[in-house]
Design a protein around this ligand. Structure first.
Ligand code: APR
Length: 231
């Protein structure tokens, strides 16, 4: 049975009220990513970075999964073959929609880690630079988020899935940040059928064999319904 690999980006959570990054009034038009999403920015001003992610964590906790998250969880449950979900998003809306296995290549808002001993633990609602690491006691706790200049998580696993997939679908991402933006190239090289589901054409739209344009809460359930009606 066909193996489906799905990549999601901020666009899938947009209708849940969580901002995207590069749309008009997006997160990077309100914050300087150098200050809040790089190791150098964290070193310079950890309190500012904690404040940024505390605010995003509170927004994510107040948000609800939308019909697109629900549809992908349904596909994982009802598709007779393997469904692998890779997300660039740090919110937990896929999990709260019932998705069992989510690969968070950019980390998770609900996780914390120690920059000194690399311990990981569930993030408190509000993190502070003065919080000592529960393992080593160092004042080096940080959100478990992959910042610009850092290596995304699970790349070997993701590459393995991409070499084996029959269908690669990209949902709600502008295709401007690598390595995620390169996944469609790998899928094409492996002869997979490639599908883009996005509000508007992305940087990479020309790389996809099939494209659906519109809000994720509408086009993703339609795409899943069509897949399940002819597995
Ligand atoms: N439905 C579907 N797509 C949407 C919707 C919607 N309701 N609203 C916006 N989009 C699309 C936009 O057209 C855009 O192509 O979602 C995409 C969002 O793109 P970005 O804001 O660049 O977000 P993303 O692609 O996830 O960014 C990738 O960059 O800042 C880093 O680590 C961060 O994971 C993030 C990465």
């Amino acid at each position: 049975m066909k193996k489906i690999v799905i990549l999601t980006g901020a666009g899938i959570s947009a209708e849940s009220g969580l901002g995207t990054f590069r749309d008009k009034d997006g997160v990077w038009s309100q914050y300087d990513l150098e200050e809040v999403a790089t190791p150098e920015g964290f070193f310079r001003n950890p309190e500012k970075v904690h404040h940024f992610y505390n605010m995003r964590r509170a927004n994510a906790m107040a948000a609800q999964p939308n019909a697109a998250h629900d549809a992908l969880a349904r596909l994982e449950r009802d598709w007779p073959g393997q469904v692998i979900l890779v997300t660039q998003n740090i919110d937990d809306l896929h999990e709260r929609a019932g998705h069992q296995r989510v690969i968070h290549m950019h980390g998770e808002l609900m996780e914390a880690k120690c920059a000194a001993c690399d311990a990981h633990w569930p993030a408190p609602e509000r993190m502070r630079a003065s919080d000592p690491c529960p393992e080593c006691g160092e004042l080096s706790t940080r959100p478990d988020i992959v910042w610009f200049g850092e290596i995304p998580y699970d790349m070997d696993l993701i590459e393995k899935h991409l070499t084996q997939c029959d269908v690669f679908a990209s949902v709600g991402t502008s295709g401007q940040v690598y390595p995620a933006a390169g996944f469609v190239l790998q899928a094409n090289a492996m002869g997979a059928h490639t599908v883009e589901l996005n509000l508007e054409p992305s940087e990479l739209s020309g790389m996809f064999e099939e494209r659906h344009e519109g809000p994720a809460s509408e086009i993703v359930p339609d795409w899943v319904e069509a897949l399940l009606s002819r597995p």
